[in-house]
Design a protein around this ligand. Structure first.
Ligand SMILES: [Zn+2]
Length: 275
């Protein structure tokens, strides 16, 4: 079984004309690539018809039992005022955790406005996923790495030792640095979306470098690395981002048991997914 813990519903890369069409393309490509379930991350931008935000994500995924969703608090627009809303959604089972977009939006993971979300997640035992790396959808942010440096994420993980803190995109291109600063923090997890993208590979020192860092992360923390892709991004040369990410994991030479943990078991336990 394969669970992809990081997809979006977005028509920006030509996958469907409308979000409903994009949902069909997603389910079709999942089937083709042997992906059984996926977690849809709603975007932090709410007024764009080309990408699903929280409300339309929750509406769209009702049509299938293959998809789960996260929530995405609007820290800049609404600060910590959405805690009650997310408490209801988490308790009701509509979402499986929260994603914070530090670097897409101009705030740091240790911003005071984020803290009540961490407290909520720690209490209910759901994870936070934190965007990292050198990409921002916000044209006013020229240095996203300034905002999502894992040193701030370590600070949060230590402040909330029972909170499951998931770093997505491995703070590319500084993957070695990210490995080093996080390696002794037991409640930090990694979700690997984007690491098979050609731009990310080139900027991060090549595919062998990415494989080396992933291998040593899995050696230290085999129960803390989670499969993800960032679909519909990361397609190139006519091949799906799903296929590239599956190939990346398979190329690591893992034992069948560990491979199974990366592809599905770790996501099931971290996101409390019940089948
Ligand atoms: Zn993403």
């Amino acid at each position: 079984m394969i669970i992809d813990a990081h997809v979006h519903l977005s028509t920006y890369t030509g996958k469907g004309n409308f979000l409903e069409g994009c949902l069909d393309v997603l389910l079709g490509e999942m089937k083709q690539n042997g992906i059984d379930y996926a977690i849809v991350i709603p975007d932090n931008i709410e007024d764009d018809p080309k990408i699903a935000h929280l409300e339309n994500t929750l509406e769209l995924i009702k049509k299938t039992n293959k998809l789960f969703a996260l929530g995405s608090p609007q820290i800049i627009q609404r600060g910590s005022s959405e805690v009650d809303k997310y408490r209801r959604l988490l308790k009701g089972g509509a979402i499986k955790g929260l994603k914070l977009f530090s670097g897409h939006d101009p705030y740091y993971p240790n911003d005071d406005r984020c803290l009540s979300y961490y407290e909520l997640l720690q209490e209910l035992d759901y994870p936070v996923v934190i965007h990292t790396g050198d990409h921002s959808s916000n044209p006013n942010i020229t240095d996203p790495l300034k905002y999502n440096d894992p040193k701030y994420i370590v600070e949060i993980a230590k402040k909330y030792p029972k909170l499951k803190v998931i770093i997505t995109h491995y703070y590319w291109p500084k993957i070695e640095y990210c490995y080093e600063v996080t390696k002794d923090v037991p409640n930090i997890y990694f979700e690997i979306a984007g690491l098979a993208d050609d731009e990310v590979i080139k900027a991060s020192g090549g595919i062998e470098k990415i494989k080396e860092v992933l291998k040593k992360t899995i050696k230290d923390r085999y129960n803390k690395v989670i499969f993800g892709t960032d679909w519909p991004l990361c397609d190139f040369d006519g091949k799906s981002g799903f296929a590239y990410h599956i190939e990346l994991v398979k190329s690591l030479g893992l034992s069948p048991d560990i491979e199974k943990m990366i592809f599905s078991q770790n996501a099931i336990s971290v996101y409390n997914i019940k089948r």
